[in-house]
Design a protein around this ligand. Structure first.
Ligand code: ARG
Length: 458
């Protein structure tokens, strides 16, 4: 028997049941649904709709139901269409007559919106924590080989030498913005839909402020129709996750390159690499490839929800049930990738000698010679042109820029710039990649992270 059997003469066709049931994937909401239901029954008591004794029976019963889920002992009944109906059905079995009062003034529409917001709020916190752990791993990887440097690239062509710590912190900054975005979202979505009913509220004397407060929401909904039909918070979460995933895919791609024999800038630990079933010598960076690949499904999940929401009339439509699998999948996938990448960076050893050799490529000193000429009063365009000619000479003669500079007596003062690591020392401007500019950046990153941690725990 369904909860709406009063109006129907035959039972639901099994195909419709299979199509419409969501229990198979929404059980993960049990904790948050029970949390919402407890606040709801407290609200019923607060409004005089149930007695003190009834409240206490319902609260104890809901704890029992939660314990069944926690221990994996909860048994789904054939009529449990989703987690919300399963919990109400079981609570009613355990509590007896008073169970029939649980759903007073509530609809699954405000219930599911409340449950999903509670779930998402916690998920945003969890994801932000996972990102912070990855930032820690990135910074630690930089600190393990202090002073190490590598070529910095534009167009994947060697451009200027950069410090390893600076390079890894560039990734950290994109992750800082990701956390900031998640926390903005968490603030914005912290609104309670409970009390909106099916779509238009209720004639019963409920107090949505009271239940919002119990659930730690900043405020209750303003408009009941918006409350049950708004899934912006899911879309935003999927976007935040997708963008973070895209940042991780860029890091993954870089690890694939760095660990290739062609670059040979880094080696991942054996515990974070895989072998080949055929080729005995292989050591593959699957972790980095999967970090790169998983971003595809994160973007897919976002796209799927946006398309589901497009053109939906007000207010609740069953289409909205399709918000859950993308959300659960994106949260789960991102948490996994974050943890795996943090582990991978933890296992990373940077091959400083190879990377430095590449970064000491004499061509990378070209800009430093030009900038020295500028200091001597030569306009930059002329300096660029002059050094460009030296580069051209080296390329045509098949020698190095160092040899060409060495051959010109009037350029002798530039020879020093070719010393190992010398070019890096020149980079002093704020935010630049050089040892002189590094402490200020570390300080900025520290203070941004401290502010985010404080917000995260508030
Ligand atoms: N499982 C449903 C969902 O996730 C619950 C809401 C059903 N509401 C309704 N009016 N049929 O959206």
């Amino acid at each position: 028997m369904t909860l709406w059997s009063g109006r129907f003469s035959t039972s639901m066709d099994s195909t419709l049941w299979d199509l419409s049931q969501s229990y198979s994937f929404d059980q993960v909401l049990y904790h948050h649904d029970i949390m919402g239901t407890k606040a709801h029954v407290r609200g019923l008591h607060h409004s005089g709709l149930i007695t003190e004794d009834e409240l206490s029976v319902l609260l104890t019963t809901l704890d029992e139901v939660e314990a069944e889920f926690d221990r994996g002992l909860f048994v789904r009944s054939g009529s449990d269409e989703d987690i919300h109906m399963a919990i109400e059905r079981r609570a009613t079995e355990l509590a007896g007559d008073v169970g029939a009062k649980i759903h007073t003034s509530r609809s699954r529409n405000d219930q599911v919106a409340t449950t999903l917001r509670l779930f998402t709020r916690d998920a945003l916190t969890q994801v932000a924590e996972g990102i912070l752990a990855l930032i820690d791993a990135l910074r630690a990887a930089g600190e393990r080989t202090p002073g190490a440097y590598l070529p910095g690239y534009t167009h994947l062509q060697r451009a200027q030498p950069v410090l390893l710590s600076h390079h890894l912190q560039a990734h950290a900054w994109s992750l800082v913005r990701d956390i900031d975005r998640l926390l903005d979202n968490r603030d914005r979505m912290n609104v309670s839909p409970l009390g909106a009913g099916a779509l238009a509220g209720t004639s019963l004397p409920i107090d949505p402020d009271f239940t919002a407060d119990l659930l730690g929401f900043a405020e209750p909904f303003a408009n009941s129709m918006d409350a049950v039909s708004d899934r912006d918070f899911v879309a935003e979460t999927l976007f935040d996750i997708a963008l973070t995933g895209i940042h991780l895919s860029r890091m993954g791609e870089e690890l694939v390159l760095w660990t290739s024999a062609e670059f040979d800038f880094a080696t991942l630990g054996d515990n974070f690499t895989t072998g080949s079933s055929m080729l005995p010598q292989k050591k593959n960076s699957d972790v980095a490839e999967l970090a790169r690949a998983k971003s595809g499904r994160l973007v897919g999940n976002l796209t799927s929800l946006l398309v589901t929401l497009k053109g939906l009339p007000l207010s609740y439509n069953r289409d909205l049930q399709e918000d859950k699998e993308p959300l659960f999948d994106s949260v789960h996938t991102l948490l996994l990738v974050l943890e795996a990448l943090a582990g991978a960076y933890g296992s990373l050893s940077f091959n400083a000698a190879t990377a430095q050799l590449a970064a000491d490529d004499p061509f990378l000193v070209a800009i430093d010679i030009a900038e020295k000429l500028v200091e001597d009063g030569v306009p930059f365009r002329q300096a660029h042109e002059a050094v460009g000619r030296l580069v051209g000479e080296a390329v045509t003669s098949g020698t190095s820029l160092l040899d060409v500079v060495g051959a010109h007596h009037d350029l002798a003062r530039f020879i020093d710039l070719f010393r190992t690591g010398a070019a890096l020392q020149q980079r002093r401007s704020p935010g630049a990649s050089g040892p002189a500019a590094a402490p200020q950046q570390a300080e900025r990153l520290n203070s941004s992270l401290a502010a985010l941690r404080e917000r995260l725990n508030s």
